[in-house]
Ligand binder design. Sequence first.
Ligand code: 6PG
Length: 248
Amino acid sequence: MHNLNVYSSIESLNKAICQHVVDLSIKAQEASRPFNVALSGGKTPQRLYKLFASQPFVEQISWGGFNVFFGDERTVPPDSDESNYHMAKLSLFDRSPIPSENIHRVEGENADPSAAAAAYATVLTDFLPTSEEGIPTFDVILLGLGDDGHIASLFPDTPILSQTQKWVDAVYVEKLQTWRISLTFPVINQAKNIFLIVAGEGKAEIVSNVLGSSTKEAKYPVQRLQPKGQVLWFLDSEAASRLANVEK
Ligand code: 6PG
């Protein structure tokens, strides 16, 4: 049984996600503690991030306690069009009053991806509360879903899928012919809330394969999630279009 939320449009989907995140950030503020969110990369969340920086949400967020991290990053400079940080900078940071010290990017420009991953793991353990096992704990991790079922940069048939000792790791992605830096499953599973954001007809097949399958086999990386917290799926009607027979 998955916690599915299906929306008739990408706009209504984004508004719902924004409201969920804002509500959680307000609860953190009321409890006088920081709010720590890991952003997803890719194209889907760009309009979502602009919404965070727009009325009414921009005024509902207490930006001083709103800390932004990244679920993964490409091995490119921070001003590259390929950079997840660059996308978030254009769609959120440059449009909102978030303090620069609250933005924690991955050093994608580092020529040694493993060193960048290790450095980012230290950023996480320095800034975030940790579990008894020392696992950094996010309030929310936003994740997109690739059409091969990857989340963050946890791609099929890559060694990072079984990484349990590092909180952040570098991974060479053969199909992309490039290195990526990503949170690993221990950190993703540790989050209080995981929001999966999937939109568009192009994701209908993977959504159906992942959510429509009755087998417990973890064929796709997203099916390896073993969350300790809440997982909410936010789908638009196009991405959910082949889910007619799945209990929502
Ligand atoms: C990235 C993301 C990646 C993304 C999916 C979906 O760095 O690209 O972290 O996991 O969320 O590939 O991407 P789209 O939203 O572009 O379909």
